[in-house]
Design a protein around this ligand. Structure first.
Ligand code: UFG
Length: 337
């Protein structure tokens, strides 16, 4: 099997490439490196023990993407390439619609021209917004609360419409909850540009001394200890879900599936788990709520278990340990090398 992975140098993409390549899938990457290091791909090749073809291509570029499809005959595509910072999407909505919706449309046009109909699409739990029910099922009404979340929701609807009309398509939208952690080798991991937006990379950077203290965004939510609750999931579990999806794409049509553990963890609980793993107390301060945040997002993971025969296997301590090891061995991220 030969698979195109867009955004293959990014956090989830790079882990997905290693997982596929070590399971006999031939991988080709396109990535414009707007939020990823090309060094990640060297590490992917090293971990997989073989080379992979990669192209510095923006998925919105019709000619460049077409050239990649002409060179390779793909059986399927996994589409990670997108912008993903919620706060930034409020500041620059056009750029988010352009990259995320525009990128998908050009990819679909190119896939159709080359008669490639199998697609795994990166969606997000953020489409549920302030959900009516927790745990969140796929049927729970979507209520996206940011331009970023709306791009993911619109993309899912585009894909559902396209699949409804044409049985040549088989598409799975995987709605990730909060992917964290790193490959157990500590050779690849999460390396955000600038100050991290997300909790786990912020924690690891405080622990390694790059940042002074963690700001906990609000302690007055209606949750176990007042801080926000999320469904953190190990990135290797997430990518194993992609492989399970690829193996089950024979039926035409559109499906959406939650990828989560079903277990909620508060900010203070994650901090405690991380403290246990890194062996020392980390400074933190309670500050105001972050605009746009919700109290609790936890998946009902049953549909993925049923349809993909996939379940998360790693727990919060595994996630903290692997994220911390990557940060320790790569204190400045990939550029430490
Ligand atoms: N948090 C803090 N301090 C921080 C960062 C986060 O207290 O410095 C809290 C947040 O308030 C929230 C929890 O930690 O309660 C998790 O926040 P993240 O920013 O790590 O993740 P989000 O739940 O906001 O999820 C967002 C998007 C997802 C996306 C995810 C990873 O909604 O779609 O980031 O990029 F998958």
């Amino acid at each position: 099997m030969k698979v195109l992975v867009t955004g293959g140098a990014g956090f989830i993409g790079s882990h997905c490439c290693v997982d596929l390549m070590t399971h006999d899938v031939e991988v080709v990457v396109v990535d414009d490196h707007s939020n990823s290091s090309p060094l990640a791909l060297d590490r992917v090749a090293e971990l997989a023990g073989r080379e992979l073809a990669s192209y510095a291509v923006d998925v919105r570029d019709p000619a460049a993407l077409d050239a990649v499809f002409r060179e390779h005959g793909f059986d399927a595509v996994i589409h990670f390439a997108a912008r993903k910072a919620v706060g930034e999407s409020v500041e620059m909505p056009f750029e988010y619609y352009d990259a995320n919706v525009g990128g998908l449309l050009n990819l679909l046009r190119t896939m159709r021209a080359h008669e490639v109909g199998r697609l795994v699409f990166s969606s997000s739990c953020s489409i549920y917004g302030d959900a009516d029910e927790v745990p969140i099922r796929e049927e729970t009404p979507a209520r996206p609360a940011s331009p970023y979340a709306r791009t993911k929701w619109f993309c899912e609807q585009i894909l559902a419409d396209v699949c409804a009309r044409d049985s040549a398509w088989s598409v799975m939208a995987l709605r990730y909850f909060n992917p964290v952690g790193a490959h157990e080798s500590a050779r690849i991991g999460e390396d955000p540009r600038g100050v991290p937006n997300n909790l786990m990379p912020y924690l690891t950077q405080v622990a390694v001394g790059r940042l002074r203290e963690l700001s906990v965004f609000g302690d007055d939510y209606p949750t176990v200890d007042g801080t926000g609750v999320r469904d953190y999931i190990h990135v290797m579990d997430v990518v194993e879900g992609h492989r399970a999806a690829l193996e089950r794409m024979d039926a035409p049509g559109f499906r959406s599936l939650n990828l989560g553990t079903g277990i909620g963890t508060s900010v203070l609980q994650l901090l405690a788990a991380f403290t246990q793993v890194c062996g020392r107390e980390l400074p933190y301060r309670i500050v105001a709520r972050r605009p746009g945040d919700v109290a609790e997002l936890v998946a009902a993971p049953d549909r993925a278990a049923r349809e993909l025969d996939w379940r998360s296997r790693r727990d919060v301590l595994d996630m903290c340990r692997d994220a911390w090891r990557f940060q320790q061995r790569n204190p400045q991220g990939y550029e430490s090398a």
